[in-house]
Design a protein around this ligand. Structure first.
Ligand code: GLN
Length: 544
């Protein structure tokens, strides 16, 4: 039977609870304990798929095609597991399921209530993941902070779990923030005390408190929290801000959290082996030569909108012993300003995914700049549409080619709606989602990167390459280097007369791992690092 770790947040959100959860997974996995993870999102949307990236950041797609919270990306990268739809539960899903059962008549005669009907459905989801994953430990993160109205049924459900599966099989960890007062130069514990009180009010006594802080945490502060919150002193774990998220597992291990969890849950465990992580962090901290990569998107004000893309770039750079100097380019700004002004120093250009017309012409300008100046280009989903539109405009010598997403009446619809998408009215969960096979063409840049001929990659789109234009663009120099096994869908395309201009219909960024960069990102950085741009030229030897 699985044991459960429930993680709640206190004081404020955005203190890195997701990274902490992922890191706890890492330190358990380093002891050969099998883990799975689940994120509970209290909002009423069924999934984040219909939310704006400004609201929610990136939508992470699992292999089985669930549109999920970006924390799942961190879990996958840190624990190196491929999660499934069961790993993200929202209030919207829970209420939909309960109401569907009510309509079916499952509760005939009964009044449907938060306790027990909603809480039972939530507990059912915990058990379903435990059963499906067969993990020794299931780590469950409650999104938001204690005290949020929407979060209450989740907190009640995790409280009930202690009785349902037995006290020794459940551990509660609370992640809080210790704010720093500049005037008195001290860290304050009062907000933590209050949030622990709030937890206790609903019947949850935390076993461990992890204290996030921008400043070192003294022994005195630990004593105080231990005393006021009734938690063992060694279970008050300081977590100061670090320069790289990949250091968090090492910090938690150093503070003894791994052993503490093993003891408290009586787990069978091996010696922790975090040598790979130590090596990763050592490399990350070493000064490395930068490679300038321009990320051209329309949500660049919110960096979280491109979380996995950024991480995948970091992984690839580390492989080449380089550091990414990320140049965030707002695609709308490219529309108004010349490409040269914004892209002059870019050694590589990446255009990630996105939806809707806004900013697309700017992205097309970026693709044109990459093609004309022989700058390496990696297009991801929308970035592929943009590359195809740009190339068609060049090949046809017309400004008209477009995707029907942006211009429904274009005479040259080089990108159009997938046939199976026609007539689909509902927006939620209806895209082409999750893993699909892709057959690579020998000798292409894509096949050279993968060193494989059949690969599986995660999708999230409604539009695709229009086969009517295949021959025309091929004659002009486009290579279709990845196709669906039946040959019907173009999944990867590249340009023959260019050092490296490769785009894919899928999202390779979701599959990248620290220490195991995604092949397309790896080769993209590999070529980019050799490109000389203004400001990146090697310095001339000084004459004596
Ligand atoms: N908007 C495009 C489509 O729906 C691209 C989607 C994406 O980039 N994920 O096909």
């Amino acid at each position: 039977m699985s044991k459960y770790i429930f993680i709640t947040g206190g004081v404020v959100s955005s203190v890195g609870k997701g990274i902490t959860v992922a890191s706890i997974g890492t330190i358990l996995k380093s002891r050969q304990i099998t883990v799975s993870v689940q994120k509970l999102d209290p909002y009423l949307n069924v999934d984040p798929g219909t939310m704006s990236p400004y609201q929610h950041g990136e939508v992470f797609v699992t292999q089985d095609g669930a549109e999920t919270d970006l924390d799942l990306g961190n879990y996958e990268r840190f624990i190196d597991v491929n999660l499934t739809a069961e790993s993200n539960v929202t209030s919207g899903q829970i209420y939909s399921a309960v109401i569907a059962r009510e309509r079916r008549g499952d509760f005939l005669g009964g009044t449907i209530q938060v306790v027990p009907h909603v809480t039972n459905e939530i507990k059912e989801r915990f058990k379903r993941l435990a059963q499906k994953s067969q993990a020794e430990v299931v780590i469950i993160e409650v999104g938001g902070t204690v005290g949020d109205i929407e979060g209450q049924p989740f907190l009640e459900a995790i409280r009930q779990m202690r009785n349902a599966v037995g006290r020794d099989n459940v551990l509660y960890i609370h992640v809080t923030l210790l704010p720093y007062l500049t005037s008195t130069q001290e860290l304050k514990t009062k907000p933590t005390q209050h949030s622990v009180n709030e937890l206790r009010r609903i019947g949850i006594q935390p076993d461990v408190i992890i204290c996030r802080s921008d400043y070192p945490i003294s022994e005195g502060i630990r004593d105080k929290i231990s005393q006021f919150c009734d938690v063992d002193k060694q279970a008050v774990i300081p977590l100061p801000t670090v320069s790289t998220i990949y250091e968090v597992p090492l910090l938690l291990e150093e503070e003894g959290l791994g052993q503490l969890i093993v003891d408290k849950l009586s787990l069978k465990s091996h010696q922790a082996d975090l040598s790979q992580w130590q090596e990763l962090v050592r490399c990350l901290k070493e000064p490395r030569e930068p490679v300038n990569i321009a990320l051209v998107g329309k949500y660049v004000e919110l960096k979280d909108a491109y979380f996995s893309v950024r991480e995948a770039l970091y992984h690839a750079a580390l492989y080449h012993n380089r550091e990414i100097n990320l140049i965030w380019v707002h695609s709308e700004e490219l529309e108004n300003n010349g490409s040269e002004a914004l892209l002059r120093s870019a050694q590589g250009i990446i255009v990630p995914g996105g939806f809707g017309l806004r900013g697309v012409e700017g992205m097309i300008k970026a693709a044109s700049y990459a093609r004309n100046n022989e700058i390496p280009y990696l297009g991801l989903c929308l970035g592929m549409h943009v590359m195809v539109i740009e190339f068609a405009r060049y090949a046809l010598d017309s400004t008209k080619p477009n995707s029907t997403e942006f211009d429904p009446s274009t005479p040259y619809p080089v990108i159009y709606l997938l046939p199976e998408q026609r007539g689909v009215e509902n927006k939620g969960g209806t895209m082409r989602l999750g893993n699909y096979p892709c057959q690579l063409v020998d000798g292409s840049q894509a096949a050279n990167a993968y060193r494989d001929s059949l690969v599986y990659e995660r999708h999230r789109h409604r539009f695709e390459f229009n086969n009517q234009f295949r021959n025309l663009l091929e004659e002009a120099g486009m290579v279709y280097s990845g196709l669906s096994p039946d040959g019907r869908l173009v999944e990867v395309c590249e340009l023959a007369n260019h050092p490296w201009m490769v785009s894919c219909q899928f999202h390779p960024e979701f599959g990248s791992r620290p220490g195991r960069p995604h092949p397309l990102f790896r080769n993209f950085i590999g070529v980019s690092k050799e490109i000389l741009r203004e400001g990146a030229q090697p310095s001339l030897p000084l004459s004596s």
